[in-house]
Design a binder for this molecule. Sequence first.
Ligand code: PLP
Length: 472
Amino acid sequence: MIYDQARWTEDDERYEPLLSEKEAETVETDSPLPADLTRDELTLPGPSEPELARHYTRLSQMNYGVESGPFPLGSCTMKYNPKFTEDLAAHPAASVHPDRDPSTVQGTLAVMHGLQEQLAAIGGMDAVTLQPPAGAAGELTGILVAKRYHESRDDERSEVIVPDSAHGTNFASAAMAGYDVVSIPAAEDGRVDLEALEAALSEETAALMLTNPNTLGLFERDIERIAEMVHDVGGLLYYDGANLNALLGRARPGDMGFDVMHYNVHKTFATPHGGGGPGAGPVGVVSELAEFLPRPHVRATDGGYELYDPERSIGKVHGYLGNWLVLVKTYAYIRRLGDEGLADASAKAVLNANYLASQVEYEVPYGPFHHEFVASAGDQDAADVAKKMLDHGVHPPTTKWPETVHEALMTEPTEVESKRSLDQLAEAFNAVVGESEESLAEAPKRTAAGRIDQASAARNPRLSWQALEPEE
Ligand SMILES: *Cc1c(COP(=O)(O)O)cnc(C)c1O
């Protein structure tokens, strides 16, 4: 379905006025009643309920979400957030004050402990902290845990190795933890280049950060060899869990030799991504690293649950135990799907990515894929392709990353899309294939905002209406 979004600009016929601008209606009456019993004017109440509903629906459509249509933003795993998890998070019993005595919130702690156990089982880890508030925060936490581990052995190391196709947060997390970041190129088949890795590894290597499948959607077949190589120099293997949706219920980072990992619950476990709002990025570790996890941590006692501070904890990385209501949704999703449902999700995510890759007329180097594929826009500018796809009523893929593919279109449909919506996506891709540079430059035409200055929007955001200065 394609519709024109409302506009912010008053001179546009699609302008959606503010409620305060919607004038109250006035009727003039000509009444048979005596003059002293009538009014000259009658002002009707402001917008009616249906008008209000339409106004807010129209505003909500000025953005594009997974409830508007398919949202194949690669690496981001934009899956639908099922409503039953919202209902559970909104349950009165879920609103507990974080300062309550643990003895009075045993149910809350039972859910947290249960989630720690579930995530540990899913990742093949021994202990999990739920405290970090995002994937990137999980990365920093995990790297700080690794650092504290090395320090505890009087083994100071200065480097973290990151493949050049990695997510930008990997480089940032390693640098924030105080490490020198060593970037290694990919081999010709898009996977880790073992020779480059060998050359980069040394006694200075604190950790190698890796996602598997990698950002090209390719499984690192040599992962066991890679783990051996890293461990041989005394380094740790960090798993960037953003691509866990491909492995869910089928393979576990712990079994591949990873020592520490984060989970992006908004990617893998269907909690909302939010707009930088409260999220969760739990971190799992093998038993040797458990004593360094953030404090406090939930553990089981004889008849219940308690909070305790791991012995050599890195400290706190967020208030209290993390973003509890997000964790409730994670827990509910995992419980509802169960082992079979989780394995089914990853199977369909992989099937959907490969089906869509087969339907897209853009060149798709590499493959077969796991949860996502990267096409090349060829002579076209990938960002232009994305803008044009918006006019076809779908959300575009991630563009220009990883840089190892020319004008990359990184596409991840997730398991939630039906064949019908995958075909709709393929049609949108294919409609743009032959478009001229001029036509691409004009897109998007149907969205509330046209081309925006993305760099300024990111660096100099004005986040409230009041911050808008009147234009001269
Ligand atoms: C999304 C993502 C991250 C960061 O996670 P956030 O929860 O967005 O902070 C890290 N690595 C990869 C590969 C990702 O896709």
